[in-house]
Design a protein around this ligand. Structure first.
Ligand code: URA
Length: 210
């Protein structure tokens, strides 16, 4: 099965998933969207009102801002894969609960494995926590770390800027570095695959461009 078929299969499972209580209140599950060979994957928190209505990620106000941010970074939305840590809307947009995150985790793991992106951008604290357990986003936003086979770049959630306008410039600044970081990731991946020494599995190289 190729990556595209694998993603479709995962999406089909998500659309009929009943692994946690979020299935009871959802209208549509939101598996995620984008090309199977995307080099950049963005991981948000969970669907909101509009996403639940349409079955697509980041189509509300935060999504409009995300599209702008991607443009600042030199990317068109259609070229990246966008998904969330939970695929069904938490009622009233509350935080996803640990059992909901756990129930959805294998879907995200499988999406990442199928796409194998060069860069993952985490949006907000729930997706950041997958990679940086006790980190504070204020301390590490916009900085790329090489983890396993790719760069992980934690960013503030676009919705945060809708509530705290001061974060808008921070997000624009961080996203404007994205194409430079993707180039750097390509170089890093190239040099690591041609290096003669074996790679440390848990190697996390911090690369800050600020
Ligand atoms: N916020 C998210 O985290 N994800 C969406 O899909 C929409 C809003």
């Amino acid at each position: 099965m190729n990556a595209d078929e694998t993603l479709r299969e995962i999406a089909t499972e998500i659309n009929s998933c009943r692994q946690c209580i979020l299935c009871q209140s959802r209208k549509l599950a939101v598996p995620g969207e984008g090309p199977a060979d995307a080099q950049v994957m963005l991981i948000g928190e969970g669907p909101g009102f509009h996403e639940n209505e349409q079955g697509r990620p980041f189509v509300g106000q935060a999504g409009m801002f995300l599209n702008e941010l991607l443009a600042h970074g030199g990317f068109k939305r259609e070229t990246v894969f966008i998904t969330n840590v939970v695929k069904c809307r938490p009622p009233g947009n509350r935080d996803p609960q640990p059992e909901e995150l756990a129930a959805c985790q294998t879907y995200l793991d499988r999406q990442i494995a199928a796409i194998n992106p060069l860069v993952i951008v985490t949006l907000g604290r729930f997706s950041m926590a997958r990679y940086f357990k006790d980190a504070k986003i204020s301390g590490i936003h916009g900085r790329a770390s090489w983890i396993g086979e790719r760069f992980i770049i934690p960013m503030y959630h676009p919705a945060a800027a809708l509530h705290q306008p001061a974060l808008k410039q921070t997000l624009i600044h961080d996203f404007s570095q994205l194409s430079v970081l993707v180039d750097k990731a390509r170089q890093t991946a190239g040099s690591r695959s041609s290096a003669s020494e074996p790679e440390a599995e848990d190697d996390a190289t911090q690369l800050s461009f600020f």
